[in-house]
Design a protein around this ligand. Structure first.
Ligand code: BGC
Length: 419
């Protein structure tokens, strides 16, 4: 009875043009970690488009910013021989999963839609394993942003900083005016997100690349790295005492709700401002993190498909992969998510000023050499190396047991051992 009704209403919707039923309907279980307000709105766009094709979306959301918990769950499902049909994995992890033989090739979908001609090379390279597409990119997030509350800046009588020196001057005045200068959540991935912004600001793109992409020992042990650690530690004095364990979106809410003046976070934070009805340039300000105007740390979200047996489920996976790069999804999803479309050449009129800056800077930094992969978000290195960097950074930031020199030495040794 219920099933009949469901079929009938689906058929009715199909006839009225709302749903285009695929030849074979199936189900995709989708593992993701998009659970904050802005993120959930974004994930819902994909679910809706998939369902419009007559397929079912089985939601498998694992909360936890940065996706560490989601990756742990994915590993245990894969090890027990029962991975989800699609999972939000990215960067060098894609190569690792493909190397283990888990991923489905997406070449047929990619060729038909012409992915090679619509994606920047820096992105398509990461989506391919041995020349074959095994993942589909969703967006481009910029990580090195500073989000600011203009009202608090006005009250404190300072302007939004563009260098680290200016940052500390402004932060002192904001503190004196009775506000929390920096909203932050004490979680390892958030510490690493701020650390890499400091590294880019203090050392520049070449230093950043040598340290976090090439793992060059001379750079990792350099006086510049000591300065990065020193600058990073100074931020502690401007974060409130309740930061430990706080989720990133709660920190963003502190800027939205006039409690804190700034947050250093990728532009998924913009999804929170947007979900709260705030407008850039008026209710909040977005600028490059101090000293990083000529740099762009990119973070590309993507989905990979795991082998499934059922033909309908295979079709659902192929349709999901195709939909992700279609203009409709690229626009609506990225408007909600705070990121910019990964597909080039789409109209930009619906996007706000922060997104326009990001789009322009992505192109400009790709030419100038300032475009660098985010270490904190799995773009620059393997999860093993990323893990040891997280450990050193977070231990140093949250205790006083190490000097900046000792942290530098420890980082270099840990990276060397983990490569
Ligand atoms: C992901 C974003 C996500 C953020 C917070 C990043 O690593 O790329 O899509 O919104 O973490 O969870």
């Amino acid at each position: 009875m219920t099933l009949n009704f469901a079929k009938k209403s689906l058929l009715g919707a199909a006839l009225s043009g709302l749903v285009s039923l695929s030849a074979q309907a199936g189900t995709v279980e989708v593992l993701h970690y998009w659970t904050s307000g802005g993120e959930a709105k974004s994930a819902a766009v994909l679910k809706q488009l998939l369902e419009q094709e007559g397929h079912q979306w089985k939601d498998f959301a694992v909360a936890g910013g940065g996706g560490e918990s989601a990756m742990t769950v994915l590993k245990s499902r894969a090890v027990s021989g029962n991975p989800p049909g699609a999972a939000q994995i990215k960067g060098l992890d894609i190569q690792e999963w493909a190397d283990l033989g888990f991923l489905t090739e997406l070449d047929a979908v990619a060729e038909k839609a012409g992915w090679d001609s619509m994606l920047p090379g820096v992105v398509s390279d990461v989506m391919k394993y041995e020349g074959h597409y095994v993942a589909v990119p969703v967006n481009v997030h910029r990580v090195n942003w500073l989000w600011a509350n203009p009202e608090i800046f006005t009250k404190a009588g300072v302007s939004v900083p563009s260098t680290w020196d200016e940052f500390f001057v402004a932060a002192d005045k904001i503190k004196a005016a009775g506000y929390i200068p920096l909203a932050h959540g004490g979680q390892a991935w958030q510490d690493a997100t701020v650390f890499e912004a400091v590294a880019l600001g203090v050392g520049g793109a070449e230093f950043y690349r040598k340290a976090f992409v090439e793992h060059d020992q001379t750079t990792l042990t350099s006086p510049t790295m000591v300065k990065v650690f020193e600058t990073f530690k100074r931020l502690r004095a401007y974060i409130d005492k309740d930061a430990a364990g706080r989720d990133w979106n709660i920190a963003t809410a502190m800027v939205i709700n006039d409690k804190a003046a700034m947050q250093i976070m990728g532009d998924w934070a913009k999804g929170e401002f947007a979900a709260a009805g705030q407008v850039p340039g008026k209710d909040y300000i977005c600028v490059a993190a101090p000293g990083t105007q000529k740099g762009f740390t990119f973070n590309v979200d993507s989905f990979a498909m795991f082998e499934v047996k059922d033909d309908g489920d295979k079709q659902a996976q192929a349709d999901l992969a195709r939909l992700i790069l279609e203009p409709e999804f690229q626009e609506t999803f990225n408007l909600n998510k705070g990121s910019i479309p990964v597909r080039t050449g789409l109209p930009r009129d619906k996007f706000d000023s922060c997104a326009h800056t990001s789009m322009d800077d992505f192109v400009a930094t790709a030419k100038s050499g300032g475009l660098v992969p985010s270490m904190a978000h799995g773009m620059s290195t393997t999860s093993a190396v990323q893990g040891v960097i997280y450990d050193v950074v977070t231990n140093y930031f949250n205790s006083d047991s190490l000097s900046a020199e000792q942290a530098t030495e420890r980082l270099a040794k840990a990276v060397k051992a983990a490569i």
